[in-house]
Design a protein around this ligand. Structure first.
Ligand code: BTN
Length: 338
């Protein structure tokens, strides 16, 4: 059944009122008078709020009092006090999407502004790297950012590195957790994946038209929501910190960080590469890279100015890798060193 916009408007107004009353009661009569609706209508809206996960106490002679809010993202809260220049000038929030990246790509091709952000509480067809699915249960963050950096296509991978730097820096500074970047764009904590990035773009031969930067962050999800084989490879920010994370606050902190790294990136990629090298956990290790149709091993030596991984192969030659899955073979490297 389509939502009645008037119903939603009254319900939202009642909710705002209950929130602004902090811990105090508001009488049903006062709410009804203020909104020019009946007390029975107020009661109906309260029941709907309860179905949405709000806990509301109803006391006969006092009225209604908000006890708890569900863990949902609200657009007003996200925008509240968000101090960014470009990122999040426009924000679109959805309870459910097939994929934030898919919608953002559509919006970008119909003219959405640089910095537009698309967020979903859950995705039914979240896209991962290399054609994989990104399982997207509630409790996490699924974000896509439309960027129009006006760079040549070969520089586009640096956008992913830039976002990985911004996210790692946010996790380290705000949650005091030692996150690291596994090339090209996995954010790992204690060896397990906490976030992934997927960049898609439309480009002309010499210029990127737009980029959609997709970020999936495991925040508060219940690990049981993941398929069994993924559970031992994944972690969440709440599991690593031992507490439930306020997703709105973390999202705002990340958008601010991304905004400043984007400005730095537009001035030239050097600062991004320097920070990426500082945060990365790949370089200096022996790694196995599996790409389309082949797997090979070598020592990860660094990244080049386009963000490609530089490997020294066993025959002494160098190879630059633009895409692939990296496994860090730390043990073998340590044995070699012994
Ligand atoms: C990876 O495979 O590591 C990349 C995962 C990227 C997932 C994010 S979630 C938000 C955005 N929308 C998508 O469909 N994918 C990206």
């Amino acid at each position: 059944m389509p939502l009645d916009p008037w119903f939603t408007m009254y319900k939202d107004k009642i909710l705002k009122h209950l929130i602004s009353s902090k811990n105090g009661f508001t009488s049903g009569a006062e709410l009804a008078r203020g909104l020019h609706i009946t007390r029975a209508a107020v009661w109906k809206h309260i029941k709907t709020l309860e179905r949405e996960g709000y806990a509301v106490e109803a006391a006969p002679s006092k009225g209604y009092r908000l006890l708890a809010v569900p863990d949902i993202l609200l657009l007003d809260d996200i925008k509240q006090g968000l101090k960014t220049g470009t990122i999040g000038r426009e924000i679109h929030l959805f309870p459910e999407l097939v994929s934030t990246n898919a919608l953002a790509m559509e919006m970008a091709s119909t003219g959405a502004a640089d910095g537009t952000v698309v967020i979903a509480e859950t995705q039914t067809g979240g896209k991962g790297r290399l054609g994989r699915t990104w399982i997207s249960p509630k409790g996490n963050l699924y974000i896509s950012v439309i960027l129009r950096p006006g760079i040549p296509p070969h520089k586009a991978p640096l956008i992913t590195l830039m976002a990985a730097v911004a996210l790692t820096s946010t996790i380290r500074q705000r949650l005091e957790v030692q996150a690291g970047i596994k090339w090209p764009n996995d954010i790992l904590i204690s060896g397990k994946k906490a976030a992934g990035l997927l960049t898609e773009m439309r480009a002309e031969p010499d210029r990127v038209k737009h980029v959609v930067l997709g970020i999936g962050i495991n925040v508060n999800m219940d690990m049981a929501e993941l398929p069994v084989p993924l559970r031992k490879l994944s972690t969440t920010l709440s599991a690593e910190t031992g507490k439930k994370i306020d997703r709105t606050v973390f999202l705002q902190q990340f958008l601010v960080e991304l905004d400043s790294w984007y400005q730095l990136f537009l001035k030239g990629g050097a600062a991004v590469i320097e920070a990426w090298e500082m945060f990365n956990i790949t370089v200096g290790n022996r790694v196995a890279v599996s790409g389309p149709g082949e797997t090979f091993e070598g020592m990860a030596r660094g990244i080049d100015t386009d963000g490609r991984l530089i490997l020294k192969l066993d025959d002494g030659t160098s190879r630059q890798v633009a895409a692939g899955d990296v496994t860090i073979l730390k043990n073998r490297d340590m044995k070699n060193a012994e």
